[in-house]
Design a protein around this ligand. Structure first.
Ligand code: NAP
Length: 280
């Protein structure tokens, strides 16, 4: 496989100058084993260089195998995994990272995220994340599903600011998440958009279809492009090679300011997975 610099628009967005490709393949609910291997292989062939997995997805082994078998140099693949909720606490978190690395077959991940702001132990967990960064087990560390109050607490106690906050983000919930999006932007914490395709729920909505037709694109491509124009790193999931290619074909058009404003009006506080709004 060809290599030569990360692609799918990698930029130096994370702290410590770590480069991250703006479009990443999500592998939530991608079945472990051959399906995930096939999917990751298809994505790498389509030019993706960023894979977003998690311990709880149960497919870290397959992700690691597919990357190794691709023949790409390690530095050409950006790999994220996440610390699960039962692995909070300093020592447990250190061990959990080692276990994920062993499953992935890697010496380090590019980004290690706290999956959810579990109450009670999350500050101890963050000290472990900082240790993992210092030890070179992760090139960048961040959080996921943190609301502004969780971030404030973390920023009051951390030595290293999280590089990333990964949230559910689409036009259908952007305004709902503004209370955390705005402080992240102000603090230089990169935002990653998960479930950017609304898990497929809104893809046939007539007002979204109308925008897609106007640009000669699919509704999925409009949603991915919207996320990029918001300045988000975007993580569409598909197990289908043709869709994986389609989802990366988003750099030849731009949504107008007027249509970006129109898309903002689509907000319905959509939550397709878990909702951290009231997480203590
Ligand atoms: N941090 C967190 O708590 C968290 C939570 C949820 C998700 N995530 C991350 O974000 C990633 C994406 O989110 P998600 O998996 O929830 O959902 P998503 O990306 O919003 O939507 C995935 C759905 O869209 C379909 N799809 C993909 N491309 C398509 C296309 N071109 N045309 C039509 N349908 C298409 C997929 O079906 P096919 O697979 O059949 O193509 C799948 O059913 C996850 O995989 C994961 O990495 C993180």
């Amino acid at each position: 496989m060809m290599s030569g610099g990360l692609t799918l628009k990698s930029i130096r967005r994370l702290n410590f100058g770590v480069e991250i490709p703006l479009v990443g393949l999500g592998v939530f609910r991608s079945p472990a084993g051959e399906t995930t291997k096939h999917t990751v292989r298809a994505a790498l062939q389509a030019g993706y260089r960023h894979i977003d997995t998690a311990k709880i997805y149960g497919n870290e082994e397959a992700v690691g195998q597919a990357i190794r078998e691709s023949g790409l140099p390690r530095a050409e693949a950006f790999v994220t995994t996440k610390l699960w909720n039962t692995d909070h606490g300093y020592d447990v978190a250190l061990r959990a990272c080692e276990e994920s690395l062993a499953k992935l077959g890697l010496n380090y991940v590019d980004l290690y995220l706290v999956h959810w702001p579990v109450e009670g132990l999350r500050l101890d967990t963050w000290r472990a994340m900082e240790r993992l960064l210092a030890d070179g087990k992760a090139r960048a560390i961040g959080v996921s599903n943190y609301m502004s109050r969780h971030l404030e607490e973390l920023l009051d106690h951390c030595t290293v600011t999280p590089a990333v906050n990964q949230l559910e983000l689409s036009p259908y919930n952007y305004l709902y998440r503004k209370e955390v999006v705005d402080p992240c932007r102000a603090q230089g914490i990169a935002l990653e958009a998960y479930s950017p395709l609304t898990k497929g729920q809104k893809l046939n909505e007539p007002k979204l279809v109308a925008i897609a037709q106007k640009y000669g694109k699919t509704t999925v491509q409009v949603l991915i492009r919207w996320a990029l124009q918001q300045g988000f790193i975007v993580l569409p999931k598909s197990n289908d090679p043709a869709r994986i290619r389609q989802n990366a074909d988003v750099f030849d058009f731009a949504i107008s300011d007027a249509d970006m404003a129109h898309l903002e009006t689509f907000n319905v506080n959509l939550v397709t997975g878990w909702d951290p709004t009231n997480a203590p």
